[in-house]
Write a protein that binds this ligand. Sequence first.
Ligand code: KG4
Ligand code: ZN
Length: 354
Amino acid sequence: MKQLTVLGLESSCDETAAAVVTSDREILSNIVLSQTEEHAPFGGVVPEIAARAHVTQMDRLVDKAMKEARISYGDLSAVAATAGPGLIGGVLVGLMTAKAIAAVCDIPLIGVNHLEGHALTVRLTEKTAFPYLLLLVSGGHSQLLIVEGVGKYKRLGTTIDDAVGEAFDKTAKMLGLGFPGGPAVEKAAANGDATRFSLPRPMKGREGCDFSFSGLKTAVRQTCEKLGPEVDKQDIADLAASFQKAAVESLMDRVGNALDEFKDLFPEGESLVVAGGVAANQFLRKQLEALSSSRKINLVVPPPKLCTDNGAMIAWAGLERLQLGQTDPLDLAARARWPLDAEAKPAPYAGYKA
Ligand code: KG4
Ligand code: ZN
């Protein structure tokens, strides 16, 4: 079969990204420009600032990705871009850029669901067969999905309020650890006593696979208030460690239930896959390793660079769709909300995170 080459664009949150990937599973280029500095003064992502930064950077980034891949536009088989879900201003920037490239080069356009990008990344780096169970944990999403095939997803659980990465980021902000908070909380937690503060394990012991993190966030805030302004480094480390343990234990409980459902529905399923920025957390990885070895399932974690938002995951999902002949018209609309599993019930307080 002829080798296919796809350019992928990502702009649904605070990373502007462009990458070129081939059907031989080669990443010819993968450039990610983070907007951390633009958002840092606000302690979180500001949608308007994100959209403007994507506009400023996208053309330059596409150019760089093409040069680094050492190909010309004539070599492209298709162009893929995130068409949702996410911050709509940003999504529009990537999608419109992709439409312009598709129109000028006369190549197919593929509008990729950002979550599908995360869900299929593992097939770019490892030969992971369908079906597999996916734990997607990032700043924008917390979901458990059965990936049955391209475009075939069964959502077992989602957050009913905040995403887990968001809880890490908000905890970091309360502890004065900066943004993005996940790595900072993990670093501080390394010197902390995780048993000092008693925090809730949201949803633990409950039926189903949904997540909730807003109650844990509130408990961290109340603990901060009790400690008062005179906190020292040890207090911060202990609270970071206590939070991390509570969040991860809550995740483990949910993954345990999801494994039961997965095994019931697909006894032949062999793998548990983890994706999203929070998958970089070493404490989470260790707990997942222990759980998967006790449950006799193969744990697959793509490299951290491909777990966090990037263009290669969009190019790869585009490639998988292109190979199935699934392309989109040039009037494809961007979508702020776009659940992977259309039959799953909406989670009312989760917005685009569900
Ligand atoms: O996948 P990602 O880059 O972007 C989104 O789609 O949101 O994930 C970013 C999230 C942030 O909330 C960040 O704090 C979190 O992943 N994160 C971590 C770690 N590294 C990044 N959370 C916990 N521990 C980490 N080491
Ligand atoms: Zn993402």
